[in-house]
Write a protein that binds this ligand. Structure first.
Ligand code: CA
Ligand code: CA
Ligand code: CA
Ligand code: CA
Length: 145
């Protein structure tokens, strides 16, 4: 039976590699992030989730996200563009500006709402990639007043 092990391992490796970009499906994202009765994600819902995510990512409990804390979530061009004070960290407003820009790119109909289809598009997936641990974290997120 030992012979099976390399095969199982290689199948597992292929599975991991075969799901690179998809952060989360649009339908799942709506289930978890949509807090009102419509079937679309609006900016306040995205920002509320992002503000909570800021706290979850900020492991050292200071007031900023350092590069290590945003690894894989924020691209280098985004760091350059949105880190307005050119320090080594993202303040909350800088972080939210990144999240604010992504829905605009994904909102192809420019109606201020993101549908399942828009969330499944490449730009939608870029927005959702902010929340790689969405299943564990977002379920308990609430609106911030
Ligand atoms: Ca909504
Ligand atoms: Ca920090
Ligand atoms: Ca900064
Ligand atoms: Ca739209």
């Amino acid at each position: 039976m030992k012979r099976l092990h390399p095969l199982i391992l290689s199948v597992a490796a292929v599975c991991v590699m075969a799901s690179p970009a998809l952060a989360i499906s649009g339908a799942d994202a709506l289930k978890r992030l949509n807090h009102d009765t419509d079937q679309t994600l609006e900016l306040p819902e995205a920002l509320a989730a992002a503000a909570k995510q800021f706290q979850a990512l900020n492991k050292d409990n200071d007031l900023t996200l350092e590069k290590a804390e945003t690894a894989g979530l924020v691209t280098d061009p985004e760091w350059k563009e949105y880190n307005k004070d050119h320090d080594g960290a993202l303040e909350l407003d800088e972080w939210l500006n990144i999240v604010r820009a992504r829905p605009q790119a994904a909102d192809t109909k420019k109606d201020g709402k993101l549908t399942v289809q828009e969330l499944d598009s490449p730009a939608g997936q870029a927005l959702l990639s902010v929340w790689p641990r969405i299943g564990k974290v977002v379920l308990s997120w609430r609106y911030i007043n």
